[in-house]
Design a protein. Sequence first.
Length: 365
Amino acid sequence: MSTGIVFLLSLILIGAIQGLIIVCLLLNAAKQFKALRYLSGLVFLIALANLNAYFLPQQLSPFWQRIGNVFPLVVFMPIGPLLWLYIRACASGTYLNKREWIHFLPILFDLFPYALATGFYLGFFQQQGALFGLIDHYNIYVDILRWLSLSTYLWLCYRILSNAQKKEPKNPLLLHVKKVLFCFICFQLVWFVFLVPYSIPQFSDQLINAMGWFPVYIPLSMLIYAIGILSYQLLRFNRNRQSLRTLEPSTVDTTINLLTKAMEIDQLYLKPNIDLAMVMDHTGLAQKTISAVLNQHYHKSFNEFVNHYRIEAVKQKLKEGKNLNYTLNGIAADCGFNSQATFQRTFKQMVGITPSQYLQKMQEI
């Protein structure tokens, strides 16, 4: 086995181990956020598939070959339903009911070849070569069904997310879900590129002999890492949400009033070096309280909160004819921006057009 193949197999194995670690963390966090149970199940199935891809090229003993043939490691059909349930739970708080177990019936397509292999070892079938050749051909066409299944559920997830974001466009939880969905869409595109030649009989063996399963399982390992990173961000958000729930309503109202006064009346946003510590000193509020209220009430980070006031100040100055003699960068500096690049990027993100385009529109009115 070449060094390159060993390296790629190591990446797949590390991805599988990382996936199992993420599953444990998600199951622990699911005590407070039940939707994570679906995500943990999804990651577990991907990790099992990666383990299968790692052991497949190995020279295993007959005993372990039998274990690999009868123990279902590649169970891919439930991934689409689990992703759909996870995104729906995050978007609407709706969980699996008894009637929806039908979504998991296609798992039988995954289990069928393992049942055939088990039947062979129990003596129900003869001619090992013919049977396992049949299983190999069966898996080619089931992969097409797996791809179609996941694609269908990705479309359902997209619809759920689009409808939810129309109501709450800045909800951090929905933004997290959107990133997860994007990662799966990217994987689907990569898988499709591999699946097309793999599904054609005269190209299938050539493709596997030349590239193995690496074009699918390396991206799957990357998907595990992406889900891990996004899950960490979600857990941080969930901790902030839980901390906000422990605050008294009067504390939340007081925090909002003090933050509003600090920005709108005292205009702290005009200070280029403003940071959270400065706001804490000015308002007397604790960092945990400020962060929780910003995340849950304003759905913004601290920088987004401050830059919102800066952008509004820039827009106000552009409306005043006496400020048109100043350069855009000069106006931005007067409003607290100490970086031209930050100003340009932030303005485009919040307004949707560049500062110069906005100024041109103002002049046309």
